[in-house]
Write a protein that binds this ligand. Structure first.
Ligand code: C5P
Length: 234
């Protein structure tokens, strides 16, 4: 498959057209941003980690019945994915209080939630990805009721699969963000699942093994990403 023109350049990825209109090539960068682009930096080797980890997890999810955009890993940083129309929502799944939820509800980070929390944010950098509910989504036409129901069910199933998997390598999945796309097959999982988009805590020490090390200037960012890769066996 031939890599053609650049379609989109985001904060962490470039997306290229290919000579087949049904597919794109994603190219993962080492650039890191936080707080809606206000903090910028580089995490050496992050592109490789995020590409390989996402592909590994997407393959695992496919085997368990979740349809994803993953097609084929081309190189350390490049992957062929199905071309989709991205649903303009960021879906956040939370198992324990952390980050913006801990702040918003005045909870200590690490407080267990009595049940899984699902949040939707409108994907819009200029607005700072504001949180929206089902009424906003329907009223603004971001997605249909059927799509919201499908996205919610898929997100909760993905949480169960990932929680169990990460626990098997001594990592607690605190929360994570998902994005979905529309294609001929309906709604499929898109974007990435990586230490950029998840909170991973060591089960025993609660050490942070994710992008919070960059966001909060904790140091050892590259080492944390490498540790998750090592535990997964990648
Ligand atoms: O910042 P907040 O606590 O709302 O983040 C919840 C989860 O969603 C975290 O795992 C974070 O990495 C992820 N997230 C993301 N991209 C965003 C916002 C949050 O990957 N734009």
């Amino acid at each position: 498959m031939k890599k053609c023109e650049l379609l989109y350049e985001g904060k962490a990825k470039k997306v290229y057209a290919t000579d087949d209109e049904n597919y794109c090539i994603v190219d993962y960068k080492d650039d890191a941003t936080a707080f809606n682009g206000q903090k910028k930096g580089t995490i050496c080797g992050k592109g490789v980690v995020n590409n390989k980890m996402s592909n590994y997890l997407f393959k695992m999810l496919e085997e368990k019945g979740i349809k994803t955009h993953f097609v084929e890993e081309l190189s350390d940083r490049e992957t062929v994915v199905k071309k989709v129309e991205i649903v303009p929502l960021e879906v956040i799944v939370r198992n324990k209080a952390a980050g913006s939820l801990a702040t918003r509800l005045g909870m200590e980070e690490g407080t267990p939630m009595k049940s899984t929390v699902l949040e939707f944010c409108y994907k819009n950098d200029d607005l700072g990805d504001p949180m929206v509910n089902e009424y906003h989504i329907l009223a603004a036409g971001f997605a249909t009721k059927e799509e919201i129901d499908q996205i919610s069910a898929m997100s909760l199933k993905i949480n169960e699969i990932l929680k169990e998997f990460f626990l098997s390598v001594n990592i607690e999945l605190i929360d994570f963000k998902l994005e979905f796309g529309r294609c001929a097959d309906g709604i499929i999982l898109a974007d990435e699942i990586s230490p950029d988009t998840c909170r991973f805590w060591d089960v025993n020490t609660h050490q942070k093994l994710d992008k919070d090390r960059f966001r909060r200037d904790l140091g050892g960012v590259e080492e944390a990403y490498a540790e998750v890769m090592k535990r997964i066996g990648l």
